[in-house]
Ligand binder design. Structure first.
Ligand code: 3PG
Length: 243
């Protein structure tokens, strides 16, 4: 049986997506875990969003790995405004445009595409591009971005690699994603430069397709509990410390 709710004594209430002028990094720091979801059927989008909220993770990165991505984002943005819905696996400007038209509040990409980064910045939407090397971190910095996704985190070398990569870049913060789950989440969150971790383990596409929203809610609550125990106090984002 998977425990629900927060750990007694741990100061970690539900993360709040807040208003349209959301301080995205502060929100991520409070959230600690970003659910990365592949939705194949638009009808699953709203119950999925509600399960994540009930589990204490009011955020959904809907990946452009399926044809249902944009419509799923639109469905969530329209029916569940209390969740922060964004687009993941954004590979080009056309997908970024579709994501924003659908109501995405942030964009995540697996790699660093300057055209996608520039588009998001021109539109004033938070963008978290993927990086895997020091050169790519430098490319993000050159465009004024200091929040990046380390992808694929585990395959690239895990926590040790992340620490070595982050070391030369004083102000850069990371959202490691790829291969993270309940067993290694705390180790990533223990790294000072990590704002939050991305992952699909609580929203596996098979669970979504099967309509197993109770299980998704429980897995989200478990992720939230592990994350809050690992990081009871928010360490990144000046506004996130205000409670
Ligand atoms: C992503 O799209 O960011 C990754 O596929 C998520 O990685 P995971 O499935 O290993 O959590």
């Amino acid at each position: 049986m998977i425990a629900r709710g927060g750990t007694p004594g741990v100061a970690c209430g539900p993360a709040k997506p807040g208003a349209a002028d959301l301080d995205f990094e502060a929100f991520l720091a409070d959230l600690r875990v970003v659910p990365v979801v592949e939705v194949s059927r638009v009808d699953d989008a709203v119950p999925l969003a509600r399960a994540l909220i009930d589990g204490g993770l009011p955020c959904a990165e809907i990946t452009f790995r399926t044809a249902a991505a944009a419509q799923s984002i639109a469905a969530i943005a329209g029916a569940v405004p209390e969740i922060c819905v964004g687009a993941g696996t954004v590979l080009n400007v056309a997908q970024a445009e579709a994501a924003l038209a659908a109501g995405a509040r942030f964009i995540v990409a697996p790699g660093f595409d300057p055209a996608v980064v520039d588009f998001a910045r021109q539109r004033g939407v938070p963008i978290v591009p993927g990086v895997c090397t020091a050169t790519e971190v430098g490319m993000a910095l050159a465009r004024g971005l200091a929040l990046v996704k380390l992808f694929p985190a585990e395959a690239a070398g895990g926590v040790g690699y992340l620490k070595a990569l982050a070391a030369p870049f004083g102000g850069v913060r990371f959202v490691p994603t790829g291969g993270i789950g309940p067993d290694n989440l705390a180790a990533y969150l223990a790294v000072e430069q990590v704002v939050a971790c991305g992952g699909s383990w609580m929203v596996k596409k098979d669970l979504v397709a099967a309509g197993a929203f109770d299980t998704i809610r429980e897995l989200a609550a478990q992720a939230r509990e592990i994350a809050c125990a690992a990081r009871p106090a928010v360490v990144a984002g000046p506004q996130a410390a205000r409670r």
